[in-house]
Design a protein around this ligand. Structure first.
Ligand SMILES: [Mg+2]
Length: 374
């Protein structure tokens, strides 16, 4: 069961709305959202599919680098390798694109890892989650993503989340402590009982984060995510000592070694599992297992992947026992994707496919329609 072909499909998917974080716009409605689909074909004719969703405002990987990394550095090196040798596949990818201060090009590697695991599960005629010895679940609860610049917009979005019956929100902050607090209070008044995740995407220095965390204790925020710069684990450890609000790390945690360092320094209560930043399903599972063994909580997140990446991530989050609403918000921003079974949100949850593999089927016509030349 060897890899006989790797095909790469860069696309721009139509968006319902633009999407910004504290670092800037990560998805532009006019330009479309950059996604890369990867198809791995085995010598037995099985097709495994994976997805990468790069954003140059979130990390250094771009749609161009994902495509050239896979086409120019991974594809030839992986032809002829058994799909069941996933560690060997990662060894080859890590040798081809060496690590810098963290794993090199994890988003590109994640698309390969996802496609290989899809192909393995299809070869074994079983759902993806059987690889982790758990049974499939049919839905996953989402947190509604709110990224706004004032209280009026915040109230508007909070009402949409309420009407959509979401069980959680993920509020992007990073303007300044006073404006952020006003936004959070507005949302909390409208949604007093939902799981309340606040994500600064590294926007703050320690003193401001301390001030804000004390105010957030008053309004019972559930978790404060990545308040400080990714490299500042000591600052996060100090903040964690200072506040009763659980501190989550996202951009600080890319590899199992990062999880170990965060544990050693007492830098967080929670880590955010994301399939693509961690180099794929298998590495993300390893990060989750290590964190849980050390008593940390897990949050589920994504980089606004389309249906393929959403389903794969959701299956992994269930296998890891993540029960809080997850940030897999592609359907909130994408108007369409090249999927026969497009993920749609109902009552704040997404229905998951229960077929073999990831359960995702390509719509070839749409893949052609959305394809771009680089
Ligand atoms: Mg985050």
């Amino acid at each position: 069961m060897q890899i006989s072909a790797i095909d790469v499909f860069p696309v721009h998917l139509p968006m319902l709305q633009s999407f910004s974080i504290s670092g800037g716009k990560v998805g532009d409605k006019n330009a479309g959202a950059p996604h890369v689909y990867v198809k791995i074909t085995t010598d037995d004719g099985v097709e495994g599919w994976g997805e990468a969703r790069p954003s140059h405002r979130w990390s250094y990987e771009t749609i161009e680098t994902v495509v050239t990394t896979i086409n120019n550095y991974f594809a030839d090196a992986l032809i002829g390798v058994s799909i069941f040798s996933l560690d060997e596949i990662h060894y080859i990818m890590d040798k081809q694109i060496a690590s810098g201060i963290t794993r090199g090009q994890p988003i590109a590697k994640a698309a390969i890892d996802m496609a290989v695991l899809d192909a393995i599960a299809k070869t074994n005629h079983q759902p993806l989650v059987h690889s982790w010895f758990t049974k499939p679940q049919s839905t996953i609860n989402l947190s509604y993503l709110i990224s706004v610049s004032n209280e009026r917009e915040a109230a508007e979005k909070a009402r949409i989340a309420k009407a959509g019956e979401y069980k959680g929100v993920d509020v992007k902050i990073g303007i300044d402590p006073d404006k952020d607090l006003a936004i959070l209070k507005t949302i909390k008044e409208i949604l007093p009982d939902v799981y309340f995740r606040v994500d600064a995407n590294q926007a703050y220095h320690l003193k401001d984060a301390m001030r804000l965390s004390k105010a957030m204790e008053e309004i019972e925020i559930s978790v404060f995510e990545q308040p400080l710069a990714a490299g500042d684990l000591i600052g996060h450890a100090k903040l964690r000592e200072f506040t009763t609000i659980p501190i989550a790390l996202d951009e600080s945690i890319w590899t199992p070694a990062d999880v170990v360092r965060a544990i050693q320094l007492g830098a967080c209560d929670t880590i955010v599992i994301k399939v693509t930043k961690m180099g794929g399903l298998s590495r993300a599972k390893r990060c989750g297992d290590i964190a849980q063994a050390a008593g940390l909580e897990l949050l589920g997140g994504g980089l606004t992947e389309s249906s393929l990446g959403l389903y794969a991530g959701a299956h992994l989050f269930h296998a890891l026992g993540i029960s809080t609403p997850v940030d897999l918000n592609g359907p909130l921003f994408l108007e369409d994707d090249p999927s026969q079974t497009k993920a749609t949100i109902r009552e704040g949850a997404v229905k998951l496919p229960v077929g073999i593999g990831i359960g995702w089927e390509v719509d070839k016509k749409k893949m052609d329609q959305f394809s771009i030349d680089l």
